[in-house]
Write a protein that binds this ligand. Structure first.
Ligand code: KIV
Ligand code: NA
Length: 253
């Protein structure tokens, strides 16, 4: 299964095919995305912020991810479902494999975890267990408390070099693709050219092999915070508010 998932993504990159990835957290959104032709549906731990109203992703638990992964699975027929391992769920290689298996049992086609060299033991263990794995480097939201803020990555030569090494080591370990989050575009482009597996960018410029967005940012479903790179193509919050206002007015006569 891991070989199938990874090799099909490598083939698609070799053919010059770009990938569209978006997040989903429940059945209707998953089904909308799948039927609209999204390639990869991510049950991201952004769940904590855009669905559960938490301050950041550090408080998201395995049981939350399992609950939402199962809902998304029920809505998807064609796309591949990628599910995040939440903060604290992959502290050791054994723990990473144990929790990755639970996500697969809930319906994940692949699991994603944050980091490069620092978590390479966990990544190798997951791939060796036959589970498809998606990388995530650059700005790492699960480390926000440790880092103090969300910062763009790859600004210095040293940082750019470290990101390239992380990407190469993840590819070597068997990653099927790698999310590049909040990274200087030139660095993301250089990494994309160096890898045979696809890169999927978010706030990392136009020259990745695919793009990912948090769906509420794309459709205007979370108006209280919008990252600068996220283009809103709908205004769901406004539409819902309008419908509810009309309903309230009518109900109250
Ligand atoms: O949790 C998430 O939505 C993510 C994407 C930002 C890549 O990890
Ligand atoms: Na995430």
């Amino acid at each position: 299964r891991v070989h199938e998932f990874a090799s099909s993504l490598i083939d698609r990159k070799a053919r010059g095919e770009k990938l569209a990835m978006l997040t989903a957290y429940d059945y209707p959104m998953a089904r909308w995305l799948d039927e609209a032709g999204v390639d990869l549906i991510l049950v991201g731990d952004s769940l904590g912020m855009v669905v559960l109203g938490m301050q950041d992703t550090t408080g998201v638990t395995m049981s939350m991810m399992l609950h939402h992964a199962a809902a998304v699975r029920r809505g998807v027929e064609k796309a591949s479902v990628v599910v995040d391992l939440p903060a604290g769920s992959y502290l050791t290689p054994d723990m990473a494999v144990h929790n990755a298996r639970r996500l697969v049992a809930a319906g994940a086609d692949a699991v994603k975890l944050e980091g490069g060299m620092k978590v390479i033991g966990q990544v190798r263990a997951i791939v060796e267990a036959g589970i498809a794995y998606v990388g995530h480097i650059g700005m790492l939201p699960q480390s926000v408390l440790h880092e103090g803020a969300y910062k763009k990555k790859g600004k210095t030569d040293e940082d750019a070099e470290r990101l390239m090494e992380d990407a190469l080591v993840l590819q070597e370990a068997g990653a099927a693709c790698i999310v590049l989050e909040s990274m200087v575009p030139e660095v993301a482009e250089r990494i994309s050219k160096a890898l045979k597996i696809p890169t999927i960018g978010i706030g990392a410029g136009p020259d990745c092999d695919g793009q990912v967005l948090v769906t509420p940012d794309l459709v205007g479903g979370f108006p209280w915070f919008k990252p600068p790179f996220a283009e809103s193509r709908a205004n769901v919050a406004m539409e819902v508010t309008r419908a509810v206002r009309e309903y309230v007015r009518k109900a109250k006569g």
